[in-house]
Design a protein around this ligand. Structure first.
Ligand code: PEP
Ligand code: MN
Length: 361
Protein backbone atom coordinates (compact mmCIF):
# COMPACT_ATOMS: atom_id res chain seq x y z
CA UNK A 1 0.00 0.00 0.00
CA UNK A 2 1.49 3.33 -1.00
CA UNK A 3 1.84 6.14 1.47
CA UNK A 4 -0.93 8.13 -0.17
CA UNK A 5 -3.35 5.21 0.02
CA UNK A 6 -2.65 4.89 3.72
CA UNK A 7 -3.13 8.62 4.16
CA UNK A 8 -6.49 8.47 2.45
CA UNK A 9 -7.65 5.62 4.65
CA UNK A 10 -6.43 7.36 7.77
CA UNK A 11 -8.24 10.47 6.76
CA UNK A 12 -11.42 8.40 6.42
CA UNK A 13 -10.88 6.90 9.88
CA UNK A 14 -10.37 10.37 11.35
CA UNK A 15 -13.58 11.52 9.73
CA UNK A 16 -15.47 8.50 11.01
CA UNK A 17 -14.03 9.00 14.52
CA UNK A 18 -15.36 12.54 14.53
CA UNK A 19 -18.73 11.38 13.30
CA UNK A 20 -18.90 8.71 15.99
CA UNK A 21 -17.86 11.25 18.61
CA UNK A 22 -20.50 13.67 17.50
CA UNK A 23 -23.15 10.93 17.48
CA UNK A 24 -22.17 9.65 20.91
CA UNK A 25 -22.41 13.18 22.31
CA UNK A 26 -25.73 13.72 20.57
CA UNK A 27 -26.96 10.46 22.07
CA UNK A 28 -25.70 11.48 25.52
CA UNK A 29 -27.60 14.76 25.25
CA UNK A 30 -30.81 12.88 24.44
CA UNK A 31 -30.17 10.43 27.29
CA UNK A 32 -29.72 13.40 29.58
CA UNK A 33 -33.15 14.70 28.58
CA UNK A 34 -34.60 11.26 29.25
CA UNK A 35 -32.91 11.38 32.66
CA UNK A 36 -34.62 14.68 33.45
CA UNK A 37 -38.03 13.31 32.49
CA UNK A 38 -37.41 10.22 34.62
CA UNK A 39 -36.32 12.38 37.55
CA UNK A 40 -39.58 14.33 37.33
CA UNK A 41 -41.53 11.09 37.25
CA UNK A 42 -39.47 9.66 40.09
CA UNK A 43 -38.49 6.68 37.94
CA UNK A 44 -35.17 4.87 38.20
CA UNK A 45 -32.65 5.97 35.56
CA UNK A 46 -31.28 2.54 34.89
CA UNK A 47 -33.87 0.39 33.15
CA UNK A 48 -32.47 -3.09 32.38
CA UNK A 49 -35.51 -4.11 30.28
CA UNK A 50 -35.13 -1.08 28.03
CA UNK A 51 -31.39 -1.73 27.80
CA UNK A 52 -32.00 -5.32 26.71
CA UNK A 53 -34.47 -4.12 24.03
CA UNK A 54 -31.90 -1.65 22.68
CA UNK A 55 -29.22 -4.34 22.55
CA UNK A 56 -31.59 -6.74 20.76
CA UNK A 57 -32.40 -4.11 18.17
CA UNK A 58 -28.71 -3.53 17.55
CA UNK A 59 -28.09 -7.25 17.23
CA UNK A 60 -30.85 -7.56 14.66
CA UNK A 61 -29.29 -4.84 12.54
CA UNK A 62 -25.67 -5.80 12.92
CA UNK A 63 -24.31 -6.90 9.56
CA UNK A 64 -20.70 -7.05 10.74
CA UNK A 65 -17.80 -7.24 10.47
CA UNK A 66 -18.02 -6.59 14.22
CA UNK A 67 -19.15 -9.67 16.09
CA UNK A 68 -22.25 -9.57 18.28
CA UNK A 69 -20.51 -9.74 21.68
CA UNK A 70 -18.22 -6.90 20.64
CA UNK A 71 -21.17 -4.77 19.51
CA UNK A 72 -22.95 -5.51 22.77
CA UNK A 73 -19.87 -4.60 24.78
CA UNK A 74 -19.29 -1.32 22.95
CA UNK A 75 -22.87 -0.19 23.26
CA UNK A 76 -23.09 -1.19 26.90
CA UNK A 77 -20.15 1.18 27.49
CA UNK A 78 -22.00 3.95 25.67
CA UNK A 79 -25.13 3.33 27.76
CA UNK A 80 -23.10 3.33 30.94
CA UNK A 81 -21.32 6.58 30.03
CA UNK A 82 -24.64 8.31 29.50
CA UNK A 83 -25.85 7.11 32.91
CA UNK A 84 -22.61 8.33 34.52
CA UNK A 85 -23.13 11.78 33.04
CA UNK A 86 -26.64 11.90 34.49
CA UNK A 87 -25.45 10.75 37.90
CA UNK A 88 -22.68 13.35 37.95
CA UNK A 89 -25.15 16.05 37.08
CA UNK A 90 -27.43 14.95 39.85
CA UNK A 91 -24.46 15.02 42.25
CA UNK A 92 -23.55 18.54 41.17
CA UNK A 93 -27.05 19.63 41.94
CA UNK A 94 -26.79 18.63 45.63
CA UNK A 95 -27.36 21.50 48.03
CA UNK A 96 -23.92 20.96 49.55
CA UNK A 97 -22.26 21.09 46.13
CA UNK A 98 -20.16 23.85 44.63
CA UNK A 99 -22.46 23.81 41.64
CA UNK A 100 -25.34 24.93 43.85
CA UNK A 101 -23.25 27.45 45.77
CA UNK A 102 -19.86 28.56 44.56
CA UNK A 103 -18.78 30.54 47.65
CA UNK A 104 -17.34 28.83 50.71
CA UNK A 105 -19.72 28.34 53.61
CA UNK A 106 -18.36 29.93 56.75
CA UNK A 107 -19.56 28.51 60.06
CA UNK A 108 -19.34 31.05 62.82
CA UNK A 109 -18.87 29.77 66.36
CA UNK A 110 -17.82 31.88 69.32
CA UNK A 111 -16.16 34.46 67.09
CA UNK A 112 -14.29 31.83 65.06
CA UNK A 113 -15.08 31.88 61.36
CA UNK A 114 -14.60 28.26 60.36
CA UNK A 115 -13.95 27.93 56.65
CA UNK A 116 -12.92 31.55 56.15
CA UNK A 117 -9.36 30.83 55.07
CA UNK A 118 -7.55 30.75 58.39
CA UNK A 119 -7.30 27.30 60.05
CA UNK A 120 -9.28 26.80 63.26
CA UNK A 121 -8.78 24.20 65.95
CA UNK A 122 -10.86 21.95 68.13
CA UNK A 123 -9.04 20.50 71.11
CA UNK A 124 -10.25 18.68 74.17
CA UNK A 125 -10.46 15.32 75.85
CA UNK A 126 -11.88 12.24 74.21
CA UNK A 127 -14.50 11.94 76.94
CA UNK A 128 -15.71 14.16 79.73
CA UNK A 129 -14.64 12.37 82.90
CA UNK A 130 -14.84 15.01 85.63
CA UNK A 131 -15.10 18.74 86.11
CA UNK A 132 -11.44 19.01 87.16
CA UNK A 133 -10.27 17.07 84.11
CA UNK A 134 -12.18 19.31 81.69
CA UNK A 135 -11.26 22.50 83.53
CA UNK A 136 -7.52 21.81 83.21
CA UNK A 137 -7.82 21.24 79.47
CA UNK A 138 -10.16 24.22 79.00
CA UNK A 139 -7.61 26.49 80.68
CA UNK A 140 -4.82 25.19 78.41
CA UNK A 141 -7.00 25.85 75.35
CA UNK A 142 -7.87 29.34 76.50
CA UNK A 143 -4.20 30.11 77.18
CA UNK A 144 -3.52 29.46 73.52
CA UNK A 145 -6.21 31.89 72.48
CA UNK A 146 -8.37 29.11 71.09
CA UNK A 147 -12.15 29.28 71.23
CA UNK A 148 -13.50 25.75 71.02
CA UNK A 149 -13.41 22.71 73.25
CA UNK A 150 -14.48 19.17 72.48
CA UNK A 151 -15.39 16.31 74.80
CA UNK A 152 -17.69 13.32 74.59
CA UNK A 153 -20.54 12.85 77.04
CA UNK A 154 -22.20 10.07 75.06
CA UNK A 155 -19.41 7.78 73.95
CA UNK A 156 -20.03 5.26 71.17
CA UNK A 157 -17.73 2.48 72.40
CA UNK A 158 -16.91 -0.79 70.70
CA UNK A 159 -17.55 -2.78 73.86
CA UNK A 160 -20.70 -2.27 75.92
CA UNK A 161 -18.55 -2.85 79.02
CA UNK A 162 -16.30 0.14 78.31
CA UNK A 163 -16.94 3.61 79.74
CA UNK A 164 -20.03 4.93 77.99
CA UNK A 165 -19.72 8.58 78.98
CA UNK A 166 -21.38 10.65 81.70
CA UNK A 167 -24.40 11.58 79.57
CA UNK A 168 -26.28 14.72 80.53
CA UNK A 169 -24.11 15.15 83.62
CA UNK A 170 -21.08 15.22 81.30
CA UNK A 171 -22.68 17.89 79.13
CA UNK A 172 -23.30 20.05 82.17
CA UNK A 173 -19.68 19.71 83.27
CA UNK A 174 -18.43 20.50 79.79
CA UNK A 175 -20.59 23.58 79.42
CA UNK A 176 -19.67 24.94 82.84
CA UNK A 177 -15.92 24.48 82.32
CA UNK A 178 -16.16 25.87 78.78
CA UNK A 179 -18.19 28.91 79.78
CA UNK A 180 -15.77 29.79 82.54
CA UNK A 181 -12.97 29.96 79.98
CA UNK A 182 -15.04 31.60 77.24
CA UNK A 183 -15.01 28.50 75.03
CA UNK A 184 -17.70 27.01 72.82
CA UNK A 185 -18.64 23.34 73.19
CA UNK A 186 -18.34 20.69 70.47
CA UNK A 187 -19.85 17.39 71.58
CA UNK A 188 -21.20 14.22 70.06
CA UNK A 189 -24.85 13.26 70.10
CA UNK A 190 -25.60 9.66 69.24
CA UNK A 191 -29.38 9.55 69.06
CA UNK A 192 -32.17 12.01 68.20
CA UNK A 193 -33.62 11.21 71.62
CA UNK A 194 -30.74 13.02 73.35
CA UNK A 195 -30.83 16.03 71.11
CA UNK A 196 -33.42 18.19 72.78
CA UNK A 197 -31.96 18.00 76.27
CA UNK A 198 -28.44 18.46 74.88
CA UNK A 199 -29.11 21.59 72.83
CA UNK A 200 -28.82 23.89 75.85
CA UNK A 201 -25.35 22.60 76.61
CA UNK A 202 -23.62 22.63 73.26
CA UNK A 203 -22.61 25.01 70.49
CA UNK A 204 -21.66 22.47 67.81
CA UNK A 205 -23.30 19.06 67.46
CA UNK A 206 -20.84 16.34 66.52
CA UNK A 207 -22.12 13.39 64.53
CA UNK A 208 -19.56 10.64 64.96
CA UNK A 209 -18.09 8.26 62.41
CA UNK A 210 -20.31 5.42 63.58
CA UNK A 211 -23.39 7.51 63.01
CA UNK A 212 -22.53 9.10 59.68
CA UNK A 213 -25.32 7.14 58.06
CA UNK A 214 -27.76 7.29 60.96
CA UNK A 215 -30.24 9.05 58.73
CA UNK A 216 -32.75 9.80 61.47
CA UNK A 217 -30.01 11.50 63.47
CA UNK A 218 -28.88 13.43 60.40
CA UNK A 219 -32.44 14.63 59.81
CA UNK A 220 -32.79 15.59 63.47
CA UNK A 221 -29.59 17.64 63.58
CA UNK A 222 -30.58 19.12 60.24
CA UNK A 223 -33.70 20.50 61.87
CA UNK A 224 -31.77 22.38 64.55
CA UNK A 225 -30.10 25.76 64.18
CA UNK A 226 -26.79 24.60 65.69
CA UNK A 227 -23.70 23.99 63.58
CA UNK A 228 -22.95 20.32 62.94
CA UNK A 229 -19.53 18.69 62.76
CA UNK A 230 -20.07 15.61 60.63
CA UNK A 231 -17.38 12.94 60.75
CA UNK A 232 -16.71 10.59 57.90
CA UNK A 233 -17.78 7.02 58.55
CA UNK A 234 -14.84 4.66 58.83
CA UNK A 235 -16.06 2.65 55.85
CA UNK A 236 -17.72 5.49 53.97
CA UNK A 237 -16.78 6.62 50.51
CA UNK A 238 -16.47 10.35 49.86
CA UNK A 239 -19.71 10.15 47.92
CA UNK A 240 -21.53 8.62 50.88
CA UNK A 241 -20.00 11.26 53.15
CA UNK A 242 -21.27 14.05 50.90
CA UNK A 243 -24.72 12.51 50.80
CA UNK A 244 -24.78 12.30 54.60
CA UNK A 245 -24.11 16.06 54.70
CA UNK A 246 -26.88 16.49 52.16
CA UNK A 247 -29.33 14.95 54.67
CA UNK A 248 -28.47 17.73 57.10
CA UNK A 249 -28.69 20.60 54.64
CA UNK A 250 -31.86 19.17 53.07
CA UNK A 251 -33.51 19.53 56.46
CA UNK A 252 -32.69 23.22 56.60
CA UNK A 253 -29.32 23.42 58.35
CA UNK A 254 -26.40 24.56 56.20
CA UNK A 255 -24.01 25.10 59.10
CA UNK A 256 -22.03 21.94 58.46
CA UNK A 257 -18.35 21.18 59.01
CA UNK A 258 -17.06 18.00 57.39
CA UNK A 259 -14.40 16.05 59.25
CA UNK A 260 -12.08 13.48 57.71
CA UNK A 261 -11.08 11.08 60.49
CA UNK A 262 -9.48 8.19 58.68
CA UNK A 263 -10.96 5.14 57.05
CA UNK A 264 -10.48 1.45 57.60
CA UNK A 265 -7.96 -0.21 55.37
CA UNK A 266 -5.71 -3.25 55.64
CA UNK A 267 -2.94 -1.02 57.05
CA UNK A 268 -2.23 -1.76 60.70
CA UNK A 269 0.49 0.80 61.39
CA UNK A 270 -2.13 3.41 62.18
CA UNK A 271 -5.54 3.04 63.83
CA UNK A 272 -7.22 4.18 60.62
CA UNK A 273 -5.79 5.40 57.33
CA UNK A 274 -5.99 9.17 57.04
CA UNK A 275 -7.39 9.85 53.60
CA UNK A 276 -5.67 13.17 53.16
CA UNK A 277 -6.74 13.58 49.55
CA UNK A 278 -10.35 13.56 50.74
CA UNK A 279 -9.72 17.14 51.93
CA UNK A 280 -9.17 18.78 48.53
CA UNK A 281 -11.81 16.55 46.97
CA UNK A 282 -14.39 17.64 49.55
CA UNK A 283 -13.31 21.26 49.10
CA UNK A 284 -13.78 20.96 45.34
CA UNK A 285 -17.06 19.10 45.46
CA UNK A 286 -18.73 20.97 48.31
CA UNK A 287 -18.78 24.49 49.71
CA UNK A 288 -18.45 23.27 53.29
CA UNK A 289 -15.48 23.70 55.64
CA UNK A 290 -13.35 20.58 56.03
CA UNK A 291 -11.58 19.50 59.20
CA UNK A 292 -9.07 16.73 59.83
CA UNK A 293 -9.16 14.75 63.06
CA UNK A 294 -5.55 13.72 63.56
CA UNK A 295 -6.21 11.77 66.76
CA UNK A 296 -8.72 9.19 65.60
CA UNK A 297 -7.24 8.85 62.12
CA UNK A 298 -3.74 7.98 63.26
CA UNK A 299 -4.31 6.66 66.77
CA UNK A 300 -0.67 7.61 67.34
CA UNK A 301 0.69 10.52 69.32
CA UNK A 302 3.89 10.67 67.23
CA UNK A 303 1.86 11.28 64.09
CA UNK A 304 -0.35 14.08 65.35
CA UNK A 305 1.98 16.89 64.36
CA UNK A 306 3.01 15.65 60.89
CA UNK A 307 -0.59 14.86 59.94
CA UNK A 308 -1.80 18.22 61.28
CA UNK A 309 0.83 19.93 59.12
CA UNK A 310 -0.25 17.87 56.15
CA UNK A 311 -3.89 18.78 56.78
CA UNK A 312 -3.13 22.49 56.81
CA UNK A 313 -0.81 22.27 53.82
CA UNK A 314 -3.44 20.47 51.77
CA UNK A 315 -6.07 23.08 52.52
CA UNK A 316 -8.04 21.85 55.54
CA UNK A 317 -10.02 24.51 57.37
CA UNK A 318 -9.05 23.13 60.72
CA UNK A 319 -7.68 20.34 62.84
CA UNK A 320 -9.17 18.37 65.70
CA UNK A 321 -6.98 16.68 68.30
CA UNK A 322 -7.52 15.18 71.73
CA UNK A 323 -5.90 16.48 74.91
CA UNK A 324 -6.12 14.94 78.41
CA UNK A 325 -4.41 16.03 81.63
CA UNK A 326 -3.21 12.47 82.22
CA UNK A 327 -3.77 10.27 79.17
CA UNK A 328 -2.42 7.16 80.88
CA UNK A 329 -5.51 7.04 83.09
CA UNK A 330 -7.99 8.30 80.49
CA UNK A 331 -11.23 6.30 80.35
CA UNK A 332 -11.05 6.18 76.53
CA UNK A 333 -8.37 6.60 73.86
CA UNK A 334 -5.54 6.49 76.39
CA UNK A 335 -2.86 5.74 73.77
CA UNK A 336 -3.37 8.72 71.55
CA UNK A 337 -4.42 11.74 73.58
CA UNK A 338 -1.78 14.39 74.23
CA UNK A 339 -0.89 15.45 77.74
CA UNK A 340 -0.53 19.16 78.46
CA UNK A 341 3.20 19.30 77.73
CA UNK A 342 2.74 17.50 74.43
CA UNK A 343 -0.17 19.82 73.67
CA UNK A 344 2.08 22.86 74.16
CA UNK A 345 4.74 21.39 71.89
CA UNK A 346 2.24 20.33 69.27
CA UNK A 347 0.58 23.72 69.24
CA UNK A 348 3.83 25.73 69.16
CA UNK A 349 5.26 23.63 66.35
CA UNK A 350 2.07 23.88 64.37
CA UNK A 351 1.91 27.66 64.78
CA UNK A 352 5.54 27.91 63.67
CA UNK A 353 4.80 25.74 60.67
CA UNK A 354 1.82 27.87 59.77
CA UNK A 355 3.87 31.05 59.96
CA UNK A 356 6.64 29.62 57.80
CA UNK A 357 4.11 28.20 55.42
CA UNK A 358 2.33 31.54 55.11
CA UNK A 359 5.66 33.23 54.40
CA UNK A 360 6.63 30.79 51.72
CA UNK A 361 3.29 30.59 50.04
C1 PEP B 1 -14.75 11.36 68.78
O1 PEP B 1 -14.37 12.34 68.10
O2 PEP B 1 -14.96 11.43 70.00
C2 PEP B 1 -14.94 10.07 68.13
C3 PEP B 1 -15.52 9.06 68.74
O3 PEP B 1 -14.48 10.02 66.87
P1 PEP B 1 -15.01 9.15 65.62
O4 PEP B 1 -16.49 9.28 65.61
O5 PEP B 1 -14.35 9.80 64.46
O6 PEP B 1 -14.52 7.75 65.86
MN1 MN C 1 -11.39 9.64 71.25
Amino acid sequence: MSQTELDVLREKVDELNLKILSLINERTAVAREIGKVKEKQGVNRFDPVRERDMLNLLKEHNDGPLEQPRVEHLFKEIFKSALDVQEKEQRKALLVSRKKKAEDTVVEVNGERIGDGKPTFIFGPCAVESYDQVEIVAKAIKEKGQKLIRGGAYKPRTSPYDFQGLGLEGLKILKKAAEEQGLAVVTEIVTPGHLEEALDYLDVIQVGARNMQNFELLKAVGSTNKPVLLKRGMAATIDEFINAAEYIIANGNDQIILCERGIRTYEKATRNTLDISAVPILKQETHLPVFVDVTHSTGRRDLLLPTAKAAIAIGADGVMAEVHPDPAVALSDAQQQMDLGQFDEFYDSLMKFMKQYEMNR
